[in-house]
Design a protein around this ligand. Structure first.
Ligand SMILES: [Fe+2]
Ligand SMILES: [Fe+2]
Length: 201
């Protein structure tokens, strides 16, 4: 089909060179203005129900998890090689700021709408506690000058995060997919996108 179209286009260009050039220029302009339109829509959230850009909150958070799993791998590899508490604080600080942003959005856009269901299966309090435990370990990394303690706390934070993420992927995300309507998940996904744009400035 594409080959046929290409042959027709070549014949047309041979028979009508001026018209073909004109059409090509118009197509280029249209492509450019469509890209500009997409940028404007994205900036002002005009296409929030457009299937091309719609993303469920569960998909968005899962994509963030993938990035975090790579970061955890890096921390686990780098940690034994670091020789000062300051280096560990710096690595821990990076992880802390990224995890805080993730947890805040997750609590607001996913755990809160599911609070009552998680409560029923006895997981609601556990999830808040796990976020707290991870945060406490990362805070301890920032306050200690002891190399061994800094290393142990950062490693504990990574291990606890991996366990927590695994639980979310096995329990919370599937539960959200099951209990919340597809439209609600997409609306929450749009809210996530809006918050991410604000964070990026
Ligand atoms: Fe979480
Ligand atoms: Fe998460």
């Amino acid at each position: 089909m594409a080959a046929q179209w290409k042959i027709r286009q070549t014949i047309f260009a041979f028979l009508n060179p001026v018209r073909a050039a004109d059409l090509e220029r118009k197509a280029r302009q249209e492509r450019k203005s469509y890209q500009r339109w997409q940028t404007v829509c994205f900036k002002h959230d005009i296409v929030e129900n457009d299937n091309r850009t719609a993303m469920k909150i569960t998909e968005a958070l899962l994509a963030e998890h993938v990035v975090f799993h790579n970061l955890f791998d890096h921390v686990e590899r780098a940690l034994p090689l670091l020789r000062t508490a300051a280096e560990i604080r710096s690595l821990g600080g990076l992880l802390q700021s990224l995890l805080n942003a993730h947890s805040e959005v997750e609590e607001e856009l996913l755990v809160r709408p599911l609070d009552h269901c998680l409560d029923q299966i006895g997981h609601c309090e556990t999830f808040h506690q796990e976020h707290q435990e991870i945060d406490n370990n990362l805070k301890r990394v920032q306050t200690t000058r002891n190399l061994k303690l800094a290393r142990a706390c950062l490693m504990s934070a990574v291990v606890a995060s991996r366990k927590h993420f695994d639980k979310e992927e096995r329990i919370v995300f599937p539960l959200a997919e099951k209990l919340l309507k597809s439209r609600t998940l997409t609306d929450l996904g749009n809210a996530w996108m809006k918050q991410s744009n604000c964070t990026m400035g």
